[in-house]
Design a protein around this ligand. Structure first.
Ligand code: APR
Ligand code: ZN
Ligand code: ZN
Length: 375
């Protein structure tokens, strides 16, 4: 019989009102689900998109989608997970039944209910004490002491992985690193441009460095980010300004006349257009950042044809979390991905509101919620 417990959690009642820590009821795990005691959860720009209303108003949400914890209890009909295991949570759990899932391409899954913030059976495990339903963001809602998640969202991590590193692998690191390694397939000697140096963009820089890129040109409008980018493998930095032509010229020059691969890691049409214009012949622009609903961008069609260029979207870095999360952790443990350098500050659940404000101002790298009984 599945239990009901209480958990403290960060609730967004609706966009553009401050988040609040509340005590909620949590039901489960039912069949196919696991209960996770959260250990760490990064504050990512997608949490801010929800808080800002960029992505509509799905109803009261527990925010957080970049988390790791320990399996506390396993529901019926769950294979391969047991209590005590360290897991990182995927925010796009695969349905296991659609064509994309059959092709091992879970980032294209069409049957998941994660974008509706619901478990596979359509329910939410969270309620206020008086009974109001609360949705867990992307079906995981990691700014909470406990979460009940689909078993396929809980990915077992190698022993020795620091919990904050496991958490960051849950979103920003995988999105950025795998955009470089899988979507773009950056090659040794490639010339790479990364626009936007938050957790996602710096992870794309790390991924390009692991792939052996030649030039890695890091672009941001905040000087502090440019200085930090070199620690992750950037060879050149360009401060982007309102003077688009000057910014573009500086990027193209630093990239040796144009980029083989240009990554947009902000989610703005203007910077995607900049990435496309930064390409050399045969180059590929990779759209990684997710814009507000309905955003459209444009490009010079003649130039695109003339350069035989490619524009490609990369959701979650085209990752297969079950395989790629542990591989990224191994790369960290081998000293090849400095994921821990992304951590700006450790905070409590009470600090999430301020962390979202700092993210909106472009200040600092990842702030990570760590929970009190952190080992
Ligand atoms: N020009 C250049 N840099 C910019 C601009 C701009 N117009 N606007 C913002 N930036 C920079 C910020 O200074 C910051 O360094 O982009 C970076 C964005 O970083 P974060 O806010 O930390 O975002 P992150 O969590 O990395 O996510 C980036 O990926 O997954 C998506 O939803 C996510 O769309 C978001 C994107
Ligand atoms: Zn994220
Ligand atoms: Zn599917």
């Amino acid at each position: 019989m599945a239990g009901t417990r209480t958990t403290r959690a960060v609730v967004l009642e609706r966009p553009n009102v401050p988040v609040r820590v509340e005590e909620l009821r949590l039901e489960g795990p039912l069949a196919g689900e696991v209960l996770v005691r959260m250990l760490a959860s990064g504050v990512c720009h997608s949490d801010l998109h929800h808080a800002n209303g960029d992505w509509g108003d799905p109803g009261p949400l527990v925010l957080g989608h970049e988390g790791a914890g320990v399996v506390e209890e396993v529901g019926p009909r769950v294979d391969g997970l047991r209590a005590g295991q360290l897991v990182a949570l995927s925010w796009y759990y695969p349905c296991g039944k659609c064509g994309a899932c059959a092709e091992d391409a879970p980032w294209r899954c069409t049957g998941t209910r994660s974008l509706q913030h619901r478990l596979p059976d359509g329910r939410t495990p969270l309620r206020r004490p008086e009974g109001t339903e609360i949705l867990p963001l992307l079906a995981i809602g990691t700014f909470a002491e406990f979460a009940v998640v689909p078993a396929q969202a809980a990915i077992s991590m190698p022993p020795g992985t620091p919990v904050e590193v496991a958490a960051l692998i849950g979103c920003g690191v995988t999105t950025g690193v795998m955009a470089a390694l899988r979507t773009a397939q950056v090659r040794p000697g490639s010339s790479v441009v990364v626009i936007g140096l938050g957790g996602v963009g710096l992870s794309a820089v790390m991924g390009a460095a692991v792939a052996g890129a030649g030039a890695i040109v890091a672009v941001d409008r905040v000087d502090e980010k440019l200085a930090r980018a070199r620690e992750f493998g950037a060879t050149d930095v360009v401060a982007s300004t309102d003077d688009r032509e000057a910014t573009l010229a500086a990027i193209r020059e630093a990239a040796g006349g144009g980029a083989h691969f240009a990554f947009e890691a902000i989610g703005l049409p203007a910077t995607l257009e900049l990435a496309i214009d930064a390409l050399r012949h045969g180059g590929t622009a990779v759209a990684v950042g997710i814009p507000p609903f309905g955003a459209r961008a444009s490009f010079d069609v003649g130039v695109l044809v003339d350069r035989s260029a490619t524009i490609v979207g990369s959701n979650y870095g085209w990752s297969n979390p079950a395989l790629d999360f542990p591989r990224l952790a191994e790369l960290y443990l081998e000293g090849k991905l400095p994921i821990d350098r992304l951590i700006e500050e450790r905070i409590g659940l009470d600090g999430v509101g301020d962390a979202l404000d700092a993210l909106a101002r472009g200040e600092g790298l990842r702030r990570v919620v760590v929970f009190e009984d952190h080992p």
